[in-house]
Design a protein around this ligand. Structure first.
Ligand code: NAP
Length: 279
C-alpha cells in the first residue's frame, strides 16, 4: 500500500489507544480491498475530540471513537443513526460533502452479527440474561431487541443503571433482576456478559452458570489473550461459549462498510486479529 497526498486518513480516537487491535484489523482490510486509506490510533483528550472529528471528516476521512469518549462523540454529531440515538454512544464517524459530521454505533451491528454467527440465527423468540449496564450492555440490549428476543432480564451491580437501560432501550422486552440470587433456577436460551469482568486474567466470573436451571449458550463481549473467566465458567458448566473477539471483528467490519460503502473482507480482518491475539 502506498500512502499518497490523496490517501484518506481514518483514526481511532480514545485514551488509552496504544493497545488497540483496530489499526491491524482495518489496515489489513484496506490492503486486501485496495481502498486508498490508512488507519492510525491517536491518543486524544476530551477537549480535542471535536477538533479531531471535524477535521478528519472534513478532510474526507473519519474514524472510530473508543473509551472514554463514545458518549461525548454522540453529542457532537450533526447526523446520528438510530443506533446512536438509542444507545447515546458513537464509535464510528465520517463526513459528507456539505461538511456535516455523521456517526454510527457499530457495536450494535457488531454484537448482532456475532450473536447470529454464534447461534446460527437471530435470537428471535429467545429468553436472554444480560449482565451489565454500561456501554457494551446498551449496544448488546439494542442488538437483542432488534434481533427479536422475547425477553431480556438485565442484571447489573448498580441496579439503577440496569433500570435505566431496560427502560430506555429494552422497552416492554426488558425486565430487571434485583440480585444474583434471584437468578437461581432460571432458564435462559442465552446469557451475555457485558460487564468489564474478565478483562484482567485474575477477574472472577460475573456469574456461576451452574446456579441456573439452564443456559443454552453463553457469550462474552470481553476478550483478551487469555480465556475470559465467564467463558471458562460456562465451559466448566457444560455450556457452549464464545468471547468478544468476533464482535470486535464485526463492529470493525460495519465501520469499514460505513466509510467505504462496500463489503468488508471479514476473513482477512479475523486473521489479522487472531495474529494480534496470539502474539
Ligand atoms: P462500562 O461502560 O464502563 O461498563 C462497565 C460494566 O461492568 C458496568 O455494568 C459495571 O457495573 C460492570 N462492572 C465493572 N466492574 C464490576 C465488578 N467488579 N463487578 C460487577 N460488575 C462490574 O464499560 P463498557 O464500555 O460497557 O465495556 C465493558 C467491556 O466490554 C469491556 O471489557 C470492553 O472491552 C468490552 N467491549 C467489547 C466490545 C467488542 O467489540 N467485543 C465492544 C465494546 C466493549 P456498574 O454499573 O455497577 O459499575
Amino acid at each position: 500500500m502506498t500512502v499518497t497526498a490523496g490517501t484518506r486518513v481514518l483514526a481511532l480516537l480514545g485514551d488509552p489507544v496504544a493497545h488497540s487491535a483496530s489499526p491491524m484489523i482495518q489496515n489489513a482490510a484496506f490492503q486486501r480491498t485496495g481502498v486508498d486509506g490508512v488507519y492510525v490510533a491517536v491518543r486524544c483528550a476530551a477537549d480535542d475530540l471535536i477538533g479531531f472529528m471535524k477535521g478528519l471528516a472534513r478532510a474526507g476521512g473519519g474514524g472510530n471513537v473508543t473509551l472514554p469518549h463514545k458518549e461525548k462523540a454522540a453529542s457532537l454529531l450533526d447526523q446520528r443513526t438510530e443506533a446512536v440515538r438509542r444507545t447515546g454512544a458513537c464509535n464510528t464517524f465520517w463526513g459528507d460533502e456539505a461538511g456535516r459530521l455523521h456517526g454510527d454505533n457499530t457495536d450494535v451491528a457488531g454484537f448482532r452479527r456475532a450473536v447470529r454467527g454464534f447461534l446460527g440465527r437471530d435470537p428471535k423468540g429467545a429468553r436472554v440474561l444480560l449482565l451489565g449496564a454500561g456501554g457494551a450492555a446498551r449496544a448488546a440490549l439494542l442488538g437483542l431487541v432488534e434481533g427479536g428476543v422475547d425477553e431480556v432480564l438485565v442484571y447489573n451491580r448498580t441496579q439503577e443503571r440496569a433500570r435505566a437501560i431496560a427502560r430506555r432501550i429494552g422497552g416492554d422486552r426488558a425486565r430487571v433482576a434485583a440480585s444474583l440470587r434471584a437468578l437461581e433456577g432460571e432458564d435462559f436460551d442465552l446469557v451475555v456478559n457485558a460487564t468489564r469482568l474478565g478483562l484482567e486474567p485474575s477477574d472472577p466470573t460475573p456469574l456461576d452458570l451452574a446456579v441456573l436451571q439452564r443456559a443454552g449458550a453463553a457469550m462474552d463481549v470481553v476478550y483478551g489473550r487469555h480465556v475470559t473467566a465467564f467463558v471458562a465458567s460456562a465451559k466448566a458448566a457444560g455450556v457452549r461459549a464464545t468471547d468478544g473477539l468476533e464482535m470486535l471483528v464485526q463492529q470493525g467490519a460495519a465501520s469499514f462498510e460505513r466509510w467505504w460503502g462496500t463489503d468488508a473482507p471479514i476473513d482477512d480482518m479475523r486473521r489479522a486479529i487472531e495474529a494480534v491475539a496470539v502474539a
